[in-house]
Design a binder for this molecule. Structure first.
Ligand code: ATP
Ligand code: ZN
Length: 570
């Protein structure tokens, strides 16, 4: 049995995530996990919340809560929303878990033992009023280049000039506004990525099948300018994984924590240990250690484009540099951005539709279908209420929903709620099966290749083919002269509902489950031979005419939503 390990980029804890976050990582990962399971793979699908760093501390402060309490609560909120969207994680962990603390400290110790950690003294801005060192982007002041008075210590948003905090005129703390700042000397650990550059470069070169979006970003960081740079992996913060060398203290690093981008990907591994410790599985190392059974695991990661450098370079540098037999990623599926109505989605600015709001107004499958069928694979894509309404009404209500409704209602009116007997498969029926068999081959190939939009288009074309068959077979007309022929066509169409449910489940799992329940079957094996699969429901098999599977979105409702979500979420 093939074994597939799947991880989604772990969402940051600072707030409720938007639809861009969903389609850029967790949702396509779930699509693929569901597909792999349906094909019979043994799957471990992991995700977690990314909990450390300054933005988490500030979000907690804004909410008036201690940071650990804030993170624990927000983790539960995100877990519930994920369940609402049907995200089928085997475990949804936390980067703040004791397992991740231990493993992060372990990796740092292994890297140090291999001579890959440098201790560097540097100057950093300290805010006396805030009692803390300030990360560059939390220092604000006037841009020396253009005079903009809200320039950040890393960059001026107005003229885009890259800055150092010390370049700013009249610098102040972005947290408290205090100007009581001083430059202090502090010591940090650096991961010597430059020493691993050639090894990383060869590894990336060996990935000829990866999306260009993934490899082009990796190569840019490897080669542009002076090439891959060593990276600071510690911070002067309170909230995070305390700096240790394995289980030993690290002299000179007291009171410091690892940088969030060092510990976050390690959580992919620690999450498997959490999964085991939560009693959901056993033998977690068999997924992660090539010396303990992970040799035959295929590991696939999902993420938005801004996360690619960390997954193609920094995290692999941690793993390769440890010299230990941890599994490296086999395939990285990355995404461009989903934009919102002519601008960007933004958590910090409260712009767009957020995941909790989306679930309040419509069932998860509407979102899953639209987002996946418009996944930003080859370029950024845009969410607009108009295209959303149009596509959902057409694909789900007019095509799939309508097919299910027409077939079941017509059958009930002539034969009652059971699969009718009599007649033989018509030429038209045979042609439909041939057509669908070809489309199924395309669909599986596209799902294997994680070509999300193309797979969605092929699935939709299979739904359309069923409608066209029904339209041209017109059993409501043939019934009068040749009821046997009509019965055979309807029998095929009822069976098609079951097959649609199975094939569509990775995209729209809730509706697929309802379709199977209404067809009163739990026969959900992935079909290979459609001629056989389309006879699974024999004559006499009882079913229920479903309630409306997908209600259409009315123009007024769309206008209401467009207005409601045009502003800023406070
Ligand atoms: N607009 C977007 N479209 C697609 N993917 C996105 C978008 N914004 C973020 N992502 C991806 O979502 C995943 C989770 O992101 P994360 O929680 O770290 O938020 P983020 O990158 O800080 O974005 P934001 O601040 O807008 O929420 C990451 O893989 C990220 O690349
Ligand atoms: Zn400027």
């Amino acid at each position: 049995m093939p074994r597939t390990l799947i991880t989604s980029a772990i969402p940051y804890i600072n707030g409720i995530k938007h639809l861009g976050n969903l389609v850029g990582s967790q949702l396509p990962a779930d699509l693929y996990a569901r597909y792999c399971r349906a094909r019979g793979d043994e799957v471990l699908f992991l995700c977690a919340t990314d909990e450390h760093g300054t933005p988490a501390e500030l979000a907690a402060a804004k909410a008036g809560k201690p940071v650990d309490e804030f993170c624990a609560e927000m983790h539960e909120v995100q877990a519930a929303i994920g369940a609402g969207f049907g995200l089928s994680f085997d475990h949804f962990g936390r980067s703040s878990s004791p397992q991740n603390h231990r493993l992060t400290q372990h990796f740092a110790g292994a890297l140090a033992a291999n001579g890959l950690i440098a201790e560097v003294s540097e100057k950093q801005v300290y805010s006396n009023a805030d009692g803390r060192f300030l990360p560059d982007r939390y220092i604000e002041g006037t841009c020396p280049n253009c005079g903009y008075d809200k320039a950040r210590g890393d960059q001026c948003e107005n003229c885009t000039k890259q800055l150092d905090p010390t370049d700013l005129i009249n610098p102040r703390s972005a947290i408290s506004g205090s100007t009581d700042l001083e430059v202090r000397e502090t010591k940090h650990l650096y991961l010597k990525q430059r020493s691993l550059r050639d090894e990383l470069s060869r590894w990336i070169d060996s990935k000829a099948d990866w999306p260009v979006l993934t490899t082009s970003i990796a190569r840019k960081w490897l080669n542009d300018g002076d090439g891959l740079q060593d990276r600071g992996i510690t911070r002067d913060l309170h909230w995070g994984v305390p700096v240790k060398k394995g289980t030993e203290d690290w002299p000179g690093m007291e009171g410091k924590v690892f940088y969030v981008w060092f510990d976050a990907p390690i959580e992919y591994i620690a999450c498997a240990e959490e999964w085991q410790d939560a009693g959901k599985g056993s033998d977690w190392e068999r997924w992660w250690r090539t010396d303990k059974g992970a040799e035959d695991v295929r590991y696939v990661q999902f993420m938005g484009k801004d996360n690619v450098p960390f997954h193609t370079l920094s995290f692999p540098a941690t793993i390769l540099g440890s010299g230990e037999p941890w599994k490296l990623v086999d395939y990285i599926k990355s995404f461009n951005y989903l934009n919102y109505e002519g601008g960007q989605f933004s958590t910090s600015q409260g712009r767009g539709v957020f995941q909790d709001q989306a679930l309040e107004i419509l069932p998860a499958d509407y979102w899953r279908w639209w987002l996946l069928s418009h996944a930003p694979e080859s370029s950024d894509t845009e969410f607009t209420w108009e295209t959303f309404q149009q596509d959902v009404n057409k694909d789900l209500a007019d095509v799939l929903g309508n097919f299910v409704s027409r077939v079941t209602k017509f059958c009930r009116s002539k034969w009652g709620e059971e699969v009718p007997a009599g007649g033989a498969l018509s030429e038209r029926g045979k042609a439909l099966i041939d057509d669908l068999q070809g489309k199924l081959a395309d669909y599986t190939a596209q799902m294997d290749a994680i070509e999300v939009r193309r797979a969605a288009a092929t699935l939709r074309s299979m739904w359309v083919a069923g409608n066209e068959f029904l339209q041209s077979a017109a059993p409501w007309t043939t019934f009068k002269q040749d009821p046997e022929a009509a019965a055979a066509d309807v029998r095929l169409a009822l069976n098609l509902i079951r097959v649609y449910a199975v094939l569509s489940a990775p995209f729209i799992p809730f509706s697929a489950e309802r379709m199977l329940a209404d067809m009163r079957t739990d026969e959900a094996a992935w079909p290979t031979d459609l001629s056989a699969a389309l006879t699974a429901l024999p004559a006499g098999h009882a079913f229920t005419v479903p309630e409306v599977l997908f209600a259409k979105i009315a123009d007024e409702t769309r206008e209401d939503w467009a207005a409601r979500f045009s502003g800023i979420r406070s």
